[in-house]
Ligand binder design. Structure first.
Ligand code: ATP
Ligand code: MG
Length: 496
């Protein structure tokens, strides 16, 4: 279905500002439909006497008379009223017949003015048969709708500024207070009165100022002072949180528009906020746990390092140093997790420090090795991120140990990440010495690759392959003019 913007572009020559004006109007008109208990439609002239419907909204407070969608259709029986309202620039009312509705339909046509020019017509369409029995609430709401209608015709509504996100704002049905220019309550809907009861305001509010009632009136003062709508959330009592939206009512005077009333929509968001707070504290707990795990792992690696110093056999020293390195890798993942909200991490945030760790571990100036990462691995749950980091560390370590052993010239190690909805691909390329002629991943007996094989196949359910690099591989990662048959390419695929 075409959007309002698309329809306006297709059928009219309205300027960008004018289309924005209509967009803002439609952003607010859920409230207008609720106040008028009626269907609202927005028509624009599309030349040669034709009019097209570009938006439609149904009331949440009453019954629609139009189950069908009219957006994008041409007006027919509505034409006389539309053109009258448009050319006279005044609100007019009349009766039309609509095929889908058996009885005559009442229609109020409101010219929509933007910068002195009428650019569209907003209609309120209802049937006297299906409309609600009028009581005080109905009369008050329709009266307020009438004031908004006048503001629309005078170019005072919608308000300037960004299109309001009315999806989060309270609606009329949540609770509405109608106020005069001094923030005195003229009327309170039953839901608004109940909300006031919940915060201990039991007195009849009508005729009283909000401040006198002990109610936080800052959104109202703000809205009346600035002549702009205000949305604000506040704790009315320690137990009750309200989301309030205050829309000023303006009248045109010789001195320009002045606010002389307001509508205050109120929603009790206490439960929602409580849940938010719980969620927040759950996130904080998870982060704290990761932080502690990291600390514990660091303690373990320090203990091991101390123990390693006391050893004399170089082989034993090396083995302990390896373990220290492996534990540090896992600690690093937990450190990243302790900084991120929730239980998943951007994999890149782990890969970068892992590369740094590998770089630091390579204390040698005579064989400089550059580590780079390309692409993006997306976000991963911690259950995958931890084993994957261990695997990646082993692969990086091998690239250094075996690709650039002591006495070699150094070179590049490139990690390439890519992902889609189901899989994460990691490629580790180095351009150093390559695999031995009878190397086979399945039967390699070192501890490093044993860890890699075990984690990849059991924990991660993934697959891994290793092969000799080709010039195409080096080209692809930006290491041009390389010889064929050097270095190693490791490919790792993990379902996520
Ligand atoms: N990137 C690589 N380039 C060249 N040879 C490699 C590479 N990765 C692994 N190999 C070969 O595979 C063997 C097994 O590797 P593995 O990581 O399992 O053990 P290791 O590195 O020798 O010892 P460690 O247990 O300390 O990791 C290595 O000894 C090496 O011959
Ligand atoms: Mg190794």
């Amino acid at each position: 279905m075409a959007t309002l913007g698309e329809l306006a572009r297709q059928h009219t020559s309205l300027s960008r500002d004018e289309v924005d004006h209509l967009q803002r109007l439609v952003g607010e008109w859920g409230m207008l439909a609720d106040l008028s208990f009626a269907d609202l439609l927005l028509y624009v002239p599309s030349g040669e006497g034709k009019w097209v419907t570009i938006a439609q909204v149904r009331p949440a407070t009453g019954q629609t008379i139009y189950p069908a969608d009219y957006v994008g259709t041409m007006a027919e029986n509505e034409l006389p009223l539309l053109t009258t309202a448009f050319s006279a620039g005044e609100i007019c009312e009349g009766e039309i017949s609509v095929d889908a509705v058996p009885e005559p339909v009442r229609m109020m046509a409101i010219p929509v003015r933007c910068d002195q020019r009428v650019i569209a017509v907003l209609t309120r369409e209802w049937s006297s048969r299906s409309s609600r029995q009028p009581g005080e609430l109905e009369r008050t709401y329709i009266g307020v709708f009438g004031r908004f209608a006048t503001m629309i015709a005078e170019g005072l509504f919608p308000f300037r500024g960004p299109v309001a996100d009315s999806s989060a704002a309270p609606r009329v049905g949540d609770g509405a207070l109608v106020l005069d220019g001094d923030a005195r309550v003229l009327f309170g809907s039953p839901n608004a009165v109940s909300a006031l009861h919940r915060v201990g305001i039991g007195a009849n509010a009508v005729g009283m100022r909000l401040a006198e009632l002990g109610f936080d009136d800052s959104p109202v003062r703000h809205a009346v002072e600035t002549a702009l709508p205000v949305i604000e959330e506040f704790d009315q009592t320690p137990e009750v949180t309200f989301l309030a939206r205050c829309i000023p009512l303006l009248s045109r005077t010789d001195a320009g528009p002045v606010p002389n009333g307001a509508v205050l929509l109120l929603r009790d968001v206490t439960e929602v906020r409580k849940r938010d707070k719980l969620l927040l504290s759950k996130d904080a707990t998870i982060r704290e746990i990761h932080h502690r795990v990291k600390n514990n792992l660091q303690t373990i690696s320090s203990l091991l390092r101390l123990q390693g110093r006391r050893l004399t056999s170089p082989e034993a020293k090396a083995a302990v140093a390896e373990s220290v390195r492996r534990i540090r890798t896992i600690a690093l993942v937990h450190e990243t997790l302790s900084r991120e909200p929730g239980d998943d991490v951007a994999f890149l945030d782990i890969v970068r420090p892992l590369l740094r760790l590998a770089e630091e571990g390579l204390q040698s100036v005579d064989r400089p090795v550059r580590f780079t990462v390309q692409g993006d691995g997306g976000r991963l749950p911690s259950t995958i991120a931890t084993p994957l980091s261990v695997v990646l560390t082993e692969l990086l370590q091998n690239a250094v140990d075996h690709g650039f052993p002591e006495g070699s010239d150094g070179g590049d190690v490139v990690v390439v990440l890519s992902h889609d909805d189901h899989q994460l691909h990691i490629r580790v390329v180095n351009d150093g010495r390559t695999l031995g002629p009878d190397f086979e991943l399945g039967t390699a007996t070192g501890l490093g690759l044993s860890i890699v094989r075990t984690l990849v196949t059991t924990e991660l359910n993934g697959s891994i392959s290793m092969r000799v690099g080709t010039s195409a591989d080096f080209e692809a990662v930006g290491l041009g003019d390389q010889l064929n048959g050097v270095g190693t390419v490791v490919d790792l695929t993990v379902p996520v």
